[in-house]
Design a protein around this ligand. Structure first.
Ligand code: XMP
Ligand code: MG
Length: 178
């Protein structure tokens, strides 16, 4: 089955405004503190790079990345999660914020927060650009959420289908082409 771009779900302007708000909120919440921001490759890269530029100098920001396994070109999560690239930073005793593109079933984030908690950070919060509540299977507390979206497969602004469309500045719905 092949997929094609359908309508814009969230425009570039809406994203920009919301990312600015999230950055302000994070700046307030972590003012005077050091914060290690952990981006989940590759989907969160575009969001993270805009988000950190909206966090002001009252926060001492460090950035690291990890990657989790994804299984081929599919619009469904396999349910099996594995770290294939870990962070280089020792997070023990530190404030950590995981930045992810989307919470779908929640399996990835529940796995990641469990792994990160084992490393004894002082605090761990989660920031997602998108949340699909209809698809949740796992209870994960999201501290910062950009947008709640319906159960549609979306691409753009870092999100991909089979590696494609991450570069689009807006978020689009993709549908099977007929
Ligand atoms: P779970 O189910 O673990 O899934 O919360 C998280 C991962 O699944 C991918 N995902 C998507 N990727 N458009 C995408 O480009 C989507 O609509 C979508 N839904 C889930 C994504 O990689 C996320 O990290
Ligand atoms: Mg992802």
């Amino acid at each position: 089955m092949s997929y094609e771009l359908s309508e814009i779900l969230i425009s570039e302007e809406e994203i920009k405004k919301r990312v600015m708000e999230l950055g302000r909120q994070i700046s307030k919440d972590y003012a005077g503190k050091e914060l290690i921001i952990v981006g989940v490759l590759k989907g969160a890269v575009i969001f993270l790079s805009d988000l950190v530029r909206n966090i002001d100098s009252s926060v001492k920001v460090k950035i690291d990345f990890l990657a989790v396994s994804s299984y081929g070109a599919s619009t469904k999560t396999s349910g099996i999660v594995r770290i294939i690239k870990d962070i280089d930073t020792d997070i023990k005793g530190c404030e950590v914020l995981i930045v992810e593109d989307i919470m779908d079933t929640g399996l990835t984030l529940s796995y990641l927060s469990r792994i990160m908690m084992e490393r004894e950070p002082r605090g761990l919060k989660i920031c997602v650009l998108l949340d699909k509540p209809e698809r949740h299977q796992s209870e994960v507390n999201i501290d910062y959420c950009g947008f709640t979206i319906p159960d549609e497969f979306v691409v753009g602004y870092g999100l991909d289908y089979a590696g494609l469309w991450r570069n689009l500045p807006s978020i689009y719905v993709v549908r099977p082409s007929i």
